[in-house]
Design a protein around this ligand. Structure first.
Ligand code: COA
Length: 177
């Protein structure tokens, strides 16, 4: 069994990945109110409120870090610009999820944060593979996952998206350490 630091911090070239804090609530709410962010995730409600952001930060503070690790993605002089998380599914594998606030799209931040989280998962958490899935209409996320080293498994699952109020075809991928 691997012992996880209570509050792991990951440094990448431009970003710091660290535990979400109460001071992040405003920025989380501001970015996640954007339906184009929420609709690409399974779990984010829409419309997204400040209360949802408060609940999110509180839940992160009580995570069992041997199973789940959510990181705020922080850009120096800006603050939180997104979130990346690694979660242990009830059926075993660790799954990756992330979002970036719309003002910061297209600058490689999701890819950089994902690579940082995977390096940590391999080196500190001792994980040998990580799964991820993106909705079939989210090509940008597919690019992020491919750039970070994920491969398509060929499996398409149908996952509910709370923000869409519908099930969406989800292309499953895997990353091997
Ligand atoms: C998907 C998301 C995380 C990408 O974040 P980002 O920081 O812009 O990602 P990066 O800059 O690292 O890489 C984006 C890649 O997607 C590409 N891309 C952007 N829009 C695209 C589109 N409509 N179709 C195809 N590729 C697209 C970019 O060109 C880039 O690839 P490239 O480097 O090969 O040119 C961000 O848009 C987001 O948070 N979206 C909403 C939430 C979400 O989708 N979360 C993931 C759920 S699986």
């Amino acid at each position: 069994m691997c012992v996880i630091e209570e509050r792991p911090v990951i440094e990448t070239q431009r970003l710091t990945l660290r535990a979400p804090a109460k001071a992040d609530v405003e920025r989380v709410a501001a970015f996640c109110v954007d339906h184009e962010v929420a609709r690409m995730t399974t779990r984010m409600p829409s419309p997204y409120t400040r209360g949802h952001a408060e609940d999110f930060v509180a839940r992160c503070g009580t995570q069992d870090r041997s199973r789940d690790n959510t990181f705020a993605i922080e850009l120096a002089d800006e603050g939180l610009i997104g979130v990346v998380g690694l979660f242990t599914n009830p059926n075993g594998p660790v799954e990756l999820g992330y979002w970036i606030g719309r003002p910061y799209w297209g600058r490689g931040y999701a890819t950089e944060a994902t690579k940082g989280a995977l390096d940590w998962a391999r080196g500190v958490w001792n994980k040998r593979y990580v799964t991820a899935g993106h909705f079939a209409d989210n090509d940008a996320s597919g690019r992020v996952l491919v750039k970070a080293g994920f491969l398509y498994t060929g499996v398409v699952e149908h996952k509910p998206s709370i923000a869409r109020g519908a099930v969406a075809a989800t292309r499953m991928m895997v990353w091997l350490a």
